[in-house]
Design a protein around this ligand. Structure first.
Ligand code: GLA
Ligand code: ZN
Length: 669
């Protein structure tokens, strides 16, 4: 058993190697004013640690770690393998990635190592070994942070060779591979393993990476392979660390909205704790980060680390507005409300050079503590000091599950037709938003999760259905479960070949429908769907549905298919399955979800709808904590049902009104 992280961490990335040593003590003083208790170090220091191959210099890192240890900080120790020193590119050009256009990287930037390079692997292994040997006994190290934000793909010859091996292992014979990829199309049949090339822009793929391909079976396999190849690197580092430091949790920071190229559900099994870097864009609705946090929590069904976030603004979005007064506190608490057990920033001290010098930080260029941003960071630090340990390790129970699956993400976005606008995340978010706005807790599960613990499983655009999945869904519904799916579901197997016999393939039984064809709705146009006595707009695509046992609950109300089924319900064993044939506007989908949650007996955390975001975490001793978040600038009233609660942040009875970006953390006692 590994140790748990001993405290609710408040801190973040700290790069003192960018600063004169005589400034470090003052940094710590400032951090302490904000109740910062943790620092993540050594994320990008390889070229200082190993200035020439095999010559190591840990003197600076020793001092950094001593300084933090003396201040009793919790240290998250990174391995520095995400940015390679110049000498490495020079001496071993194969360490550098070859991009989708077939160009090899030269020295520069970061996150550009080839996952199949033996030289990269060997050099990373040696560095991590030295780090583990040197720092494993430091009691202040509370977690290991491997590499940084894995992602992106390589298309080099080493990767091509490794890919062929991976394929041999998956398919065993060329016949099986040709069949899986349906290679008689366009004369693609392969007669020798060496004929397989990577699906880059010069080969079978086109358009932005991950969006267009001639052979989706090949392209999806390549993404699976690259994700596995990177995972192998993670496991390599983790194994070395564990030889010396068997009890300390090891993680790597997940990222993006979410990152498409890494199968986080597969990776989650290898993480001791999930950690996530959260940078919602300024124009993103607040349900989007909430969705990501629920996804991160559900990866292991455990609290996660908010490994990075910005205390004020980022520098890399097209526009980087400041977080408004109070906004930072509310957005960090939003992560905690959905399951984060740490609040960490990028970064603790603003750089004076390099590409991130205008990225917000705890200590800004002014170096002052009488600033708005610093005062807000300090306020949050005081809050977390007060409530962090109460929150830590609490769970977030949910009766609704939303299916999000990386294989589906990949294959769905390779679909060529019938509309070019098939984007996975927005379609999932349509459904997430429904539950978010009703304050109904949601787990964002994979297809491999146990469905039986949920009263309702929602699986929009479940395009790829691997063997065994439809049986699992059938059983879930037969035994009383409630299941929702939509257009573009049950279409293909694991190698992206169509299930014949009518859509939605193996989901025809449970849904009680078959789909004859689908119409693409043109941009700016819509098709009407009549729900009750009102028409709503449908976009993107419309399935032409034949009920086969299912009841029709709503029909199209325009186009030549007016009067035919748009939304159906099927009793299947003890449960119910619904099929939604189109992308409905929010108000229309809301009607359907109102109905579905009534049938499935799903309830909000509070009796009445409110614009406030409300979640519940339950402590290990059964205490219920309600997070009440005002994720807007306008004032809102606390729901009556929570009026008699006690606010752990103020130590007083819950205030009846929340100001813009206000937060309350309520408990009965
Ligand atoms: C990422 C990286 C950090 C930093 C931040 C800036 O999350 O992991 O090193 O570049 O972005 O927002
Ligand atoms: Zn490569």
């Amino acid at each position: 058993m590994k140790k748990r992280i001993p405290d609710f961490l408040y801190g973040g990335d700290y790069n003192p190697e960018q600063w004169p040593e005589n400034t470090w003590k003052d940094d710590i003083k400032i951090f302490k004013q904000a109740d910062i208790n943790s620092a993540t170090v050594n994320v990008f220091s390889w070229s200082l640690l190993e200035p020439r191959e095999g010559e190591y210099d840990f003197s600076k890192l020793d001092k950094i770690i001593d300084n933090l240890s003396a201040a009793n900080f919790n240290i998250v120790l990174a391995t520095s393998t995400a940015a390679m020193p110049a000498w490495m590119f020079k001496k071993y050009p194969d360490v550098a990635r070859v991009d989708y256009q077939g160009r090899r990287h030269v020295f520069g930037a970061r996150h550009n190592f080839c996952p199949s390079s033996d030289n990269y692997r060997r050099l990373a292994r040696e560095l991590v070994l030295k780090l583990a040997q040197r720092y494993h006994s430091n009691p202040h190290v509370v977690a290991w942070h491997v590499n940084n934000e894995y992602g992106g793909n390589c298309y080099c010859d080493n990767c091509a060779r490794a890919f062929r091996k991976w394929l041999k292992n998956r398919y065993q014979t060329l016949e099986a591979l040709n069949a899986a990829w349906d290679m008689n199309v366009w004369s693609h049949t392969i007669h020798d393993w060496d004929e397989i090339v990577v699906p880059n822009e010069l080969g079978d793929a086109w358009g932005p990476e991950g969006t267009e391909t001639t052979v989706a079976g090949l392209s999806v396999d390549y993404l699976r392979f690259q994700s596995d190849q990177m995972l192998d690197l993670f496991k390599m580092e983790k194994k070395i660390i564990e030889q010396y430091s068997p009890n300390i949790p090891v993680t790597t920071n997940f990222h993006s909205l979410p990152n498409k190229m890494i199968d986080y559900q597969k990776w989650a099994k290898e993480q001791d704790i999930i950690s996530y870097d959260s940078y919602p864009a300024y124009n993103m609705p607040t349900y989007h980060p909430a969705f990501l946090y629920d996804l991160m929590r559900t990866l292991k069904h455990q609290p996660f680390m908010l490994m990075e976030s910005t205390p004020s603004q980022v520098n890399w979005q097209p526009y980087s507005p400041l977080k408004r007064p109070g906004q930072m506190r509310a957005t960090e608490f939003q992560a905690v409300a959905h399951g984060a057990d740490t609040v960490q920033f990028f970064q603790l001290k603003q750089a004076r050079g390099g590409s991130e010098k205008f990225h917000g930080a705890v200590i800004a260029h002014s170096g002052r503590t009488d600033t708005r941003a610093f005062k807000e960071v300090a306020q949050l630090g005081h809050d977390l000091k007060r409530v962090g340990r109460t929150i830590q390790h609490s769970t977030t129970p949910a009766k609704v599950a939303l299916v999000f699956d990386w294989n589906n993400f990949w294959s769905f976005e390779y679909v060529d037709g019938i509309t070019q606008d098939l984007k996975y995340v927005p379609l999932i978010l349509d459904y997430y938003r429904q539950f978010y706005e009703r304050n109904i807790p949601v787990d964002v599960i994979s297809v491999d999760d146990d469905f039986s613990q949920y009263d309702l499983v929602v699986a929009p655009v479940l395009y790829m259905v691997k063997p065994g999945l439809s049986q699992k869904i059938n059983k879930y519904v037969q035994t009383g479960g409630h299941f929702v799916t939509t257009f573009m579901s049950g279409m293909v197997g694991p190698s992206d070949n169509i299930y014949l016999g009518g859509y939605p393939g193996p989901l025809k039984d449970v849904t009680g429908v078959w789909v004859e064809e689908s119409d693409a709705v043109l941009p700016g146009q819509s098709v009407k769907v009549k729900i009750g006595d009102q028409d709503y707009d449908a976009h993107l695509m419309c399935d032409l549905i034949h009920p086969q046992g299912a009841n029709v609950l709503a029909s199209y109300d325009s186009e030549f298919y007016a009067g035919t089924a748009a939304f159906t319900e099927n009793q299947y064993g003890l449960g119910t399955a619904w099929y939604i044939g189109s992308r409905l506007e929010h108000a229309g989908l809301s009607k359907l979800i109102d109905y579905i949650i009534r049938v499935a007996n799903i309830h909000s955390l509070i009796p009445k709808q409110t614009p406030l975001e409300i979640t519940k975490r339950v402590t290990t001793d059964g205490r219920e904590l309600y997070f009440v978040l005002n994720m807007s600038n306008a004032e809102h009233f606390l729901p009556k049902s929570l009026a008699n609660y006690h606010d752990l942040l103020t130590g007083k009875q819950a205030a009846p009104k929340l100001n813009g970006w206000g937060v309350e953390l309520l408990s009965k006692n």
